[in-house]
Design a protein around this ligand. Structure first.
Ligand code: ATP
Ligand code: MG
Length: 645
């Protein structure tokens, strides 16, 4: 194992942070020793309740029953808006940066309140009741957040489908969660190109009689087909509605939303989250992981179609009274310095993005970053995949000017909130490690037989106690919930991810357990080999999978995307092979290197290794569910250029 770089917390950062190391240690200890007292205290501090709970935690992982704050009542939109009005009504809740530079809006908490109430009233007028499901299929415009909050105000359950999904994927999700209403826009706009959202909705709901209302926001103004009385314009129904709407008191365990996972590993799962526990942990992690100080501008680049957008664009930040930036565009339009320009334009203090974006912008060279100031930045975040140390160092050095703390946050749609992450003022950083668990998160590494592993070791990552923002079920399929997460290691939540714990107790996510290789009896994470490959200047991105190998059990198959302008060659292949050997050891030497102009990714930008595995083993008729693939043509190219073994 190569020696780790450590970036200790500078004293001035510790002094100004919400939590220092001593406080983290003390709170973490209490959170595990006396979870009921700990969470009761946090629930009091972070949320406003209409009625206090009777029991803090009534969960039993072995039985698949999860419940927090039963008997308590609250409303999410009230917590995210109303309670801030008196002291901070004029504060900007949402800064919107449109696809076209300079196209921006500032929405105060007061204005957000009025519009959320209007839409809530309009939905009620269309017959939407507590518990009804509403699909949201929208571009990244403020109305998307308004739609989410309006649902929560009246107790409707939203199910957001990423605006880049096809009509078929949208249809599957609308049917599976039995939505009666769809909220959309005429078109989206990304990188200057229109996205036909309303047209896609038409195709998706064709023949589904249950959908009685489609609300359409006018975004581009281009003509769309229209069918009354089903279709209504967003601006018309809200103009006709009152700006006051009483928030519906919801039980802590009432459903809040359904969200489908990205589909990296198989058929997407409709994850159900409930009200009290989810909101508490979203708010608390947002405050502590990003060390959010009042008045700061916070920007998460995710789409609201992913869980990161739910917890860290809308619910966490607004619950904390923060100013959250919503970005409609893409990182490379009009050019690849867009992120850094937006940071300067809006004086962003905290920036949260994904390794896929960091790696691709790193590939564009430093000049595009360096020509911007970025002086406002204080904290940088990463989420979605393991971040290779090489990309981490670039993020730290070039984007953050060696001044910003980096929080590499590990979590899942299912966990609802960040589970493993550094806290800026408390935890020393190691590039590539998500570091230590958040409060109340009891991690365990187990071997394949379920034996608990102690000390510095690698294994399957489990969580042994329920936490407030844990998913409650897979919508409509509780059995699948139990089988997928709670049965592999009885009584524990199994994440599906592998991890290594080092001598300092730091966690290093090695990738999906299905992707962990066993080469001649040695277990190896794909992330480790990929990180070695991207150390080479010629490599932009790499993905590694295993395939059956007569002698070694499993062989190492590497797909490598080169930097723009670099030509593949046998000499380069040898250099890469030698590099992996040198970095990890002879055992990790690649068996196959295939040049890949592009890698198959989900629409959230994650590499789909399961497809790469199928290509490597030549099982081309069983590629599995490919509906969440961003660009199917990438797969055709990989197949036709398959390397012989
Ligand atoms: P599906 O469950 O449908 O296969 P998915 O797991 O990609 O899709 P998400 O819930 O969006 O859907 O992603 C969670 C997964 O992303 C984690 O299980 C982990 O593998 C990976 N991940 C997220 N953050 C990190 C991180 N900071 N470091 C390493 N891996 C991460
Ligand atoms: Mg998953």
């Amino acid at each position: 194992m190569s020696a780790d770089n450590v970036y200790p917390v500078p004293q001035n950062v510790a002094d100004h942070a919400l939590l220092n190391r001593q406080q983290y240690d003390q709170m973490f200890k209490q959170s595990l020793a006396d979870p009921n007292a700990f969470w009761a205290e946090q629930a009091d501090q972070f949320l406003t309740w209409f009625k206090k709970w009777d029991t803090v935690n009534n969960s039993d992982l072995a039985k698949g029953h999860i419940a927090w704050f039963e008997g308590g009542q609250l409303n999410v939109s009230y917590n995210c808006i109303d309670r801030h009005l008196e002291a901070h009504g004029d504060r900007t809740a949402i800064i919107w940066e449109g696809d076209t530079p300079g196209d921006t809006r500032h929405i105060s908490y007061k204005a957000l309140h009025a519009e959320v109430c209007q839409l809530a009233n309009a939905l009620k007028a269309r017959g939407v009741k507590k518990g009804d499901r509403v699909a949201i299929y929208m571009p990244m415009i403020p109305e998307a957040a308004v739609a989410m909050l309006a649902c929560t105000r009246i107790g409707a359950v939203h199910s957001i489908v990423f605006g880049g999904f096809s009509p078929q994927a949208l249809r599957d999700r609308i049917e599976a969660s039995e939505c009666q209403v769809v909220i959309t826009a005429d078109e989206g706009l990304r990188g200057g190109k229109p996205v036909p959202l309303k047209e896609n909705v038409e195709k998706a709901i064709d023949g589904i009689a249950a959908v009685h209302t489609v609300v359409t926001v006018k975004r581009t103004g281009n003509p769309v087909s229209w069918s009354e009385p089903r279709d209504v314009w967003y601006h018309e129904i809200i103009d006709a509605a009152s700006t006051e709407c009483e928030p519906e008191p919801m039980d802590a365990e009432d459903p809040l939303f359904i969200l489908y996972t990205s589909g990296s590993t198989g058929k997407p799962k409709g994850v159900l989250h409930t009200t009290g526990g989810y909101l508490l942990q979203a708010a608390m992690t947002h405050r502590y992981v990003f060390d959010y100080h009042e008045g700061e501008v916070y920007w998460c680049t995710a789409d609201v179609g992913w869980v990161t957008g739910h917890s860290y664009i809308v619910y966490g930040p607004l619950c904390n009274g923060a100013t959250t930036l919503i970005f409609e565009g893409i990182p490379t339009y009009p050019d690849a310095s867009r992120f850094w320009q937006v940071i300067d334009d809006h004086q962003v203090n905290i920036f949260y993005t994904a390794p896929t974006a960091i790696r691709s912008l790193m590939g564009q060279g430093d000049e595009l970053v360096k020509k911007t100031s970025r002086q406002s930045l204080r904290i940088l975040g990463s989420v979605g995949e393991p971040i290779n140390p090489e990309a981490w160092e670039w993020y730290y050095r070039v984007v953050g000017d060696e001044r910003c703390r980096i929080v590499d946050t590990w979590w899942q749609t299912e966990t609802g909130a960040i589970m493993i992450s550094p806290l800026p003022g408390a935890i020393d950083l190691k590039p590539g490690s998500a570091t230590l668990p958040f409060f109340g998160v009891n991690l365990e590494l187990v071997d394949n037989d379920g034996n608990v592993l102690e000390g510095a070791v690698e294994g399957n990552l489990c969580i042994t106690q329920a936490w407030p923002s844990m998913m409650r079920t897979i919508y409509g399929d509780h059995e699948r919930f139990i089988n997928t997460y709670l049965s592999t290691y009885a009584g524990k939540y199994f994440t599906g991810d592998g991890a290594r714990r080092d001598e300092d107790g730091y966690y290093w996510i090695t990738g999906r357990v299905d992707d962990v290789l066993n080469v001649s009896g040695h277990r190896m994470g794909t992330a480790e080999i990929e990180s070695a490959l991207v150390l080479h200047d010629a490599v932009a991105e790499a993905a590694v999978v295993g395939y059956p190998h007569d002698l070694k059990g499993q062989g190492i198959y590497c797909y490598v995307t080169l930097m723009g302008g670099i030509e593949p060659s046998d000499a380069l292949q040898k250099e890469l092979s030698d590099l992996v050997r040198k970095e990890i050891g002879p055992i990790a030497k690649p068996d196959v290197i295939q040049w890949a102009p592009g890698l198959p990714k989900t629409r959230s930008g994650k590499i789909m290794r399961r497809i790469l595995r199928k290509v490597a083993t030549n099982e081309l008729d069983s590629l599995g569910d490919t509906s969440t693939l961003a660009d199917p043509s990438v797969v055709d190219d990989l197949i036709s250029n398959r390397a012989g073994q």
